[in-house]
Design a protein around this ligand. Sequence first.
Ligand code: KIV
Length: 277
Amino acid sequence: MQKRQAGSISVVTSYDYTLAALCDGAGVDILLVGDSAGMVMLGYDSTIPVSMNEMCMFTGAVSRARRRAVVVSDLPFMSYQASREDAVRNSGRLVKAGADAVKLEGGVKMAPHVKSIVDAGIPVMGHIGLQPQTAVLRDGYRVQGRTAASAERLINDAKSLEDAGAFAIVLEMVACEAAEEITHSVGIPTIGIGSGNSCPGQVLVIQDMLGMYNKKELKFVKRYANLADHITEAVHGYQTDIITKKFPAEENAFRMDDGEYEMLKKGRRNGSGGDLG
Ligand code: KIV
């Protein structure tokens, strides 16, 4: 492994015990239980339908796998927007399920909610730029911060989140120059996704980087494996082995204790049936 650059932060999404244990073992800094779980794990079209119960279940699975990484869990759509009380109560539920910190989407408008959660003792990660929970209600899935005015708004959002006590901020699909300005405007780390390499942290959805979720090609994703092909090939191999009787082989089977089979057959021949003592 390359020597780590000071201050760099690696983040991957995690939703289940098996992959979370592998990512934790590989040394990532943060396991993000993202509400992207709704799409990659549950097959929803967006993150909007994701519930608190679902997020708590994913959080529990990831936290049971974690040995050293920090577990951050997303507050799903409408679990925090309506009131600061909702925000605190639902953050508490995620912590009880195993999260070390929570993440929510929004800038200036959500800063009071962030402050209330932080005041309750729960660390908060902010998330600005493209905000998937409300993107469909606003201007869709587009790159943010392409104009000076939009970049200014993002800088204000970032500063208000920092003032409210957030410990880091995700920048999703922000134009590189704007992301760099935001990063230099705040004293807390920015975690980029589709926002260039000026952010000290980077996050990717694990299914995207492992090539397991083939619904859409995303320009900002780098594929580190193509597991979809490997998995499909492995399952085909399994089916073929079943058809050709290659599986299960002798080494996959269990045998009766020595002499027991002969005794069973003799008993059946003598008509004692199952009554062998
Ligand atoms: O839900 C998620 O996976 C996220 C990341 C894309 C940052 O919020």
